[in-house]
Write a protein that binds this ligand. Structure first.
Ligand code: ZN
Length: 122
């Protein structure tokens, strides 16, 4: 018997359409699938900007002023790495959690851990 069907070969072809599959994540800087360790501080914030592998989150914090015995609001911006496997989940305005990791670039030393709420929810 010789080879008769070439169909079995076709099945092996990968479908690039299935984006967002967790096993597809080949991001080295992913804390789940890559070899990135996370440690340190954790922050929650809203996504204000989204890039290919990076998001900017913003959150408010209160700072106490001793002289006036009051607080004032201050906004903090954090650039965080966005792993491949979460790229489709996270949109502008989402509430997400980031955790500190080793410095990945000049401005990035946080990585997106999980999504808490999407933009529409309150
Ligand atoms: Zn991943």
């Amino acid at each position: 018997m010789k080879k008769t069907s070439k169909k079995s070969e076709n099945r092996k072809e990968k479908e690039p359409e299935t984006a967002g599959t967790l096993s597809e994540c080949r991001d080295k800087k992913c804390h789940i699938h890559g070899n990135l360790k996370v440690r340190g501080r954790i922050f929650e914030g809203r996504v204000t900007k989204k890039f290919k592998d990076r998001v900017v989150i913003e959150f408010e914090r209160m700072i106490y002023v001793r002289k006036y015995e009051r607080y004032y609001k201050s906004k903090t911006k954090i650039h965080a790495h966005l792993p491949q496997c979460m790229e489709n989940q996270i949109q502008l305005g989402d509430l997400i959690t980031v955790q500190e990791c080793r410095p990945l670039s000049k401005i990035i030393h946080f990585v997106v851990i999980k999504k808490i709420k999407s933009a529409g929810e309150r």
